[in-house]
Design a protein around this ligand. Structure first.
Ligand code: UD1
Ligand code: MG
Length: 464
C-alpha cells in the first residue's frame, strides 16, 4: 500500500480580504502552506500534490522540492480541487490523505495516527473530527444512531439542530483512492455555495467512514479570517516558546516573546519581554536579550547582552554589549567583547575585539581595529552623494568626541583624533589628527555686551 497526499490550496481566501493568496499568509515567519507541508513530512514529497489556484504562482516556491503542483483553473469547491489533485497523483498511490492548506496547526503525529487508523480499520475513508465549544463555520459531522458517520453538513447548509452538533469536520481525511475517485464523480453542486464539496463524497464511497476524534482541538484550527490567523499564530508561538523553554531558555514573561520557526537559542539565555527573534536568527548560550530587542537574521554568540536593540543581518560576537537604543544594520560584525552603546547606528561595520562605540554615533562602511574607542557623536561620512566609501580605523585608536570621518580615509594604529575634527585625510599610526579652527577668546566680552544691552533698553544709547 502506498500513501500519498493532496493539499487543497486553491481557494480564494475571500474572507481574508487580502491581495495575497490565503495559504501564503505568514505564521511564525513561514507561509501557512509550509506548516501544512511540514505536518505531511512523513509522506515522500513526490507523492504529494498541492492544488493551487490560477494566481498561486508563488506557492511552488514555498513547498518542498519534488512535491507536485496542480492548478485548479476554476474554483468549483473542495471536491473539485481534490479531483484536480487526484489527476496529478502518481499511479502507485492507493491511500490518499487530503488536507486543507489553511489548517497550519496540523502536526505529523496526527497525520500518522490518521493513516494508521485508516489502515487498521479498513474503511473506505477515515476522517479527523474534533469536538468544539464553538463549532462556528466548520462542517458538522452527522452520525447515525449506531454512532457511524453518515455525512458532513456545511454550516451554511445546516438546520438549527445540525448546527447544534459540536463535532466538526477537521478537513483532514484518508481515503481509498479508487473509492474516492468514483464517489467524486457523483457529487453534485446543490448547496448554498453551488460548489462540489469534498465531504459530500463520504456517503458515496460505498463503504463505512471511520472518524478519528482529535484529542487536541487546536490542531485542526482552520484559517478563514484574520481573526483565525491571529489565533493560529498564538498557538504556534506558544509551541515554539515551550520548545525553547524546555531546552533551557528563560522567559520571565513568555507571552511577550515572539519567535519565528527555526530560530535557535542556547541554554541559560534569558529572553526578556519585548523580544522578537525573526527569520534565521541564532542566539548562543548565556545571553541576555531584551527588554525590547528585535533581531532578524542575526547571529548572537555566547554571553552577549542586547538591550533595546534592532538588528538585521548582523553578527554579534561572544560577550558583546549592545544598546540600549542601538540599530545594527546589515553587515554589522562585532568581534568578541565589542560594545555598541546608546543611540548608535552601524552598517557594514566590522568592529574589532574589545572595541567600543559607546554613544550617539553612525558607523557605516567602516572597520575598527581591536581595542579602539570611538568618542561620543562620531560619524562616518561614507556617502559622497553618488558612491559609498570606507573608513578604516586601526587598532588601539582613540577618537575625540564629535569627529566626522570623510571617507575614504584611514586612521592608523594607536592614532588619536581631536574632538570636533572633520578628518578628511589619513592619520598616520600613532599620530594625532586634529582638524578644527583654533579657539580665540575676547577678554571681558560678556560685561561689555551686558552694558550695551542695558543702554539700549533705557534709550540712553539712542543719540550716542
Ligand atoms: C472546509 C470543509 C468543512 C471543514 C473545514 C475545516 C468543505 C466543503 N468544507 O470548509 O467541512 O469543517 O474545511 O477547516 O470542504 N479550496 C480549493 N479549491 C476550491 C475551494 C477550496 O483548493 O475550489 C481549498 C482552500 O484553499 C482551503 C481548503 O480548500 O485551503 C478548504 O476550503 P475553505 O473554503 O476554507 O473551506 P471551509 O469553509 O473552511
Ligand atoms: Mg477553511
Amino acid at each position: 500500500m502506498s500513501t500519498g497526499a493532496i493539499v487543497l490550496a486553491a481557494g480564494h481566501g475571500t474572507r481574508m480580504r487580502s491581495a495575497l493568496p490565503k495559504v501564503l499568509h505568514p505564521l511564525a515567519g513561514r507561509p501557512m502552506i509550509a506548516w501544512v507541508m511540514a505536518a505531511l513530512a512523513d509522506i515522500p514529497a513526490p507523492r504529494c500534490v498541492v492544488v493551487v489556484g490560477p494566481e498561486g504562482e508563488a506557492v511552488p516556491g514555498v513547498i518542498p522540492d519534488g512535491a507536485r503542483v496542480a492548478v485548479q483553473e476554476e474554483r468549483l469547491g473542495t471536491g473539485h480541487a481534490t479531483q484536480v489533485g487526484l489527476a496529478a497523483l502518481p499511479a502507485e498511490v492507493t491511500t490518499v490523505v487530503v488536507a486543507c492548506g489553511d489548517t497550519p496547526l496540523l502536526r505529523p503525529g496526527l497525520i500518522r495516527a490518521l493513516v494508521e487508523e485508516h489502515e487498521r480499520g479498513g474503511c473506505a475513508a477515515t476522517m479527523v473530527t474534533a469536538i468544539l465549544d464553538d463549532a462556528a463555520a466548520y462542517g458538522r459531522v452527522v452520525r447515525d444512531a449506531a454512532g457511524l458517520v453518515v455525512r458532513v453538513v456545511e454550516a451554511r447548509d445546516a438546520s438549527p439542530s445540525e448546527l447544534a452538533i459540536p463535532e466538526i469536520n477537521a478537513g483532514l481525511y484518508a481515503f481509498d483512492r479508487r473509492a474516492l475517485d468514483a464517489a467524486l464523480a457523483g457529487v453534485g453542486r446543490d448547496n448554498a455555495q453551488g460548489e462540489v464539496y469534498l465531504p459530500d463524497a463520504l456517503p458515496l464511497l460505498g463503504g463505512p467512514v471511520a472518524a478519528l476524534v482529535s484529542p487536541d482541538a487546536d490542531v485542526v484550527h482552520g484559517v478563514n479570517t484574520r481573526v483565525d490567523l491571529a489565533e493560529c499564530e498564538a498557538v504556534l508561538q506558544d509551541r515554539l516558546r515551550r520548545e525553547l523553554m524546555l531546552g533551557g531558555v528563560t522567559m520571565p514573561d513568555p507571552t511577550r516573546v515572539w519567535v519565528d520557526a527555526g530560530v535557535t537559542v542556547g541554554q541559560d539565555t534569558v529572553l526578556w519581554p519585548g523580544t522578537m527573534l525573526r527569520g534565521g536568527t541564532r542566539v548562543g548560550a548565556g545571553c541576555e536579550i531584551g527588554p525590547d530587542a528585535v533581531l532578524a537574521d542575526t547571529v548572537v554568540e555566547d554571553g552577549a547582552r542586547l538591550v533595546s536593540v534592532h538588528a538585521h543581518s548582523a553578527r554579534v560576537g561572544p560577550g558583546c554589549q549592545v544598546g540600549p537604543f542601538a540599530y545594527l544594520r546589515p553587515g554589522t560584525v562585532l568581534a568578541e567583547g565589542a560594545k555598541v552603546g546608546t543611540y548608535v547606528e552601524t552598517k557594514n561595520a566590522e568592529i574589532g575585539p574589545g572595541a567600543k562605540v559607546p554613544h550617539l554615533s553612525y558607523m557605516g562602511d567602516v572597520s575598527i581595529g581591536a581595542g579602539s574607542n570611538i568618542g561620543a557623536g562620531n560619524i562616518t561620512g561614507n556617502y559622497d552623494g553618488f558612491r559609498k566609501h570606507r573608513t578604516e580605523i586601526g587598532a588601539g585608536v582613540k577618537t575625540g568626541s564629535d569627529c566626522v570621518f570623510v571617507a575614504p580615509v584611514r586612521v592608523g594604529d594607536g592614532a588619536m583624533t581631536g574632538a570636533g575634527s572633520i578628518i578628511t585625510g589619513d592619520v598616520p599610526d600613532g599620530a594625532l589628527g586634529i582638524a578644527r579652527a583654533r579657539q580665540s577668546n575676547i577678554e571681558g566680552f560678556s560685561a561689555k555686551a551686558a552694558a550695551r544691552a542695558a543702554r539700549a533698553a533705557t534709550g540712553h544709547d539712542a543719540g550716542a
